[in-house]
Design a protein around this ligand. Structure first.
Ligand code: CP
Length: 319
C-alpha cells in the first residue's frame, strides 16, 4: 500500500509523520532548507514560490514556536496566511473538524497546517480531502496528540547536521518524558532513517514506552550512564497535560535524577550539543546554566525551523 502522504510519483503530497518516509525525502527536505537559511540575511526576505496560495494555520492547541515560524515561513514564500483563531471560531459552537475544513476549502485553501490534541487529526483531514477530490490541497501536521511532530523532528535533524555533519558516526541521547512525546517519536524515526548507529533514550520507567527497545533504541534509567560519550543530548519537556495519574513523585525529584545540569553534561563528549524543542521548564528538565550555556543550540533550532518549514511548504505546493 502506498504511503498516504506520498503522491503517485513518490513525491510529498502531505507531511503527516516521518514514519515510513524514505531517507531520500528527508535529505531532500534538509537540502532544500539550506539555501532558505540565507533568505533571512537579505534585505528583501521574500521569495515568490507560494505567491497566490492561501495557507491556513489551524492550531487547536497552544503554540509559540511552531505557529509563528510556520507563519514567517509562509510569508517569506509570499503566501497569504490565515491564522484561524480556534477559540473564537465556530469550533467552539460544536462545528466538527471536517465541517470547518470543508468551509475553508470553500474559501479556496491551498494548505492546512494543523495542530490538534487528538492523534490522527491531520490524517483524518488528509483522507477527507482525498475523498472529496481536493488533490491540490496539502496538509502539514504541526503536532497531533502524542503521535507525531514531523517538522520539529526535521528541524532537529537540520540542527544536528549543521553542527555534526555525519549522522552515521553519532551517539545521540533523548532524555525525559519519551512516553508522552510526539517530538521524541518523530526524532527517533528520523534519526533511525538517517542512519544514527547509537540511539539512546533516558528516563524513569514510568516515562519510557514499554516497547522502546523495539524502536531500535537503548534504554537507560541512569542519566549519567546514558549520557556517556554522546555527541548530541536532546532534552524533552515533561508533558504534564498528557499524563494520567501521578507518574512522578515531584518535579524536584525528576530534576534531581533527570534534569540536565553541567555536572551530568560532563559525561557527554566535550563538544556535545544540547537541544530542546521548547517550551523549556527551567529547573525541571534543564538547568538554566546549561540552557543558556555554550553547548546549547536551542535558539538556533528555532531559527532553522523557519527554513525547514519553508522547504516543506515549497516542496508541497511550490511547483
Ligand atoms: N516545539 C514546539 O512545538 O513548540 P510550540 O509548542 O511552542 O510550538
Amino acid at each position: 500500500m502506498r504511503n498516504p502522504q506520498l503522491n503517485a510519483a513518490g513525491g510529498l503530497q502531505h507531511l503527516l509523520t516521518i514514519e515510513g518516509l524514505p531517507r531520500e525525502i528527508l535529505n531532500e527536505i534538509l537540502d532544500t532548507a539550506a539555501p532558505f537559511t540565507e533568505v533571512a540575511e537579505r534585505e528583501v526576505k521574500k521569495l515568490p514560490l507560494l505567491r497566490g496560495k492561501s495557507v491556513f494555520n489551524l492550531f487547536f492547541e497552544n503554540s509559540t514556536r511552531t505557529r509563528t515560524t510556520f507563519e514567517i515561513a509562509a510569508k517569506r514564500l509570499s503566501a497569504d496566511v490565515i491564522n484561524l483563531n480556534i477559540g473564537t471560531s465556530s469550533a467552539s459552537k460544536g462545528e466538527t473538524l471536517l465541517d470547518t475544513v470543508d468551509n475553508l476549502c470553500a474559501m479556496q485553501a491551498d494548505m492546512f497546517v494543523v495542530r490538534h490534541a487528538s492523534s490522527g487529526a491531520p490524517f483524518l483531514i488528509a483522507r477527507h480531502l482525498a475523498a472529496m477530490g481536493y488533490d491540490h490541497i496539502h496538509v502539514i501536521n504541526a503536532g497531533d496528540g502524542r503521535h507525531a511532530h514531523p517538522t520539529q523532528g526535521l528541524l532537529d535533524m537540520y540542527t544536528i547536521r549543521h553542527y555534526k555533519r555525519d549522522f552515521t558516526r553519532l551517539s545521540v541521547a533523548i532524555v525525559g518524558d519519551v512516553l508522552h512525546s510526539r517530538v521524541a517519536r518523530s526524532q527517533i524515526q528520523a534519526l533511525k532513517t538517517l542512519g544514527v548507529p547509537d540511539l539512546r533514550v533516558i528516563g524513569p520507567k514510568t516515562l519510557i514506552p514499554a516497547d522502546a527497545e523495539g524502536l531500535g533504541v537503548r534504554v537507560f534509567h541512569d542519566m549519567r550512564a546514558g549520557l556517556k560519550e554522546v555527541d548530541v543530548v536532546m532534552m524533552l519537556r515533561l508533558q504534564n497535560e498528557r499524563m494520567q495519574g501521578a507518574l512522578l513523585p515531584s518535579p524536584q525529584e525528576f530534576f534531581k535524577y533527570y534534569g540536565l545540569t553541567a555536572d551530568k553534561l560532563a559525561c557527554a563528549r566535550p563538544d556535545a550539543i544540547v537541544m530542546h524543542p521548547g517550551p523549556m521548564n527551567r529547573g525541571v528538565e534543564i538547568d538554566s546554566a546549561v540552557a543558556d550555556g555554550p553547548h546549547a543550540v536551542i535558539l538556533p533550532q528555532v531559527t532553522f525551523g523557519i527554513a525547514v518549514r519553508m522547504a516543506v511548504m515549497s516542496m508541497l505546493a511550490g511547483g
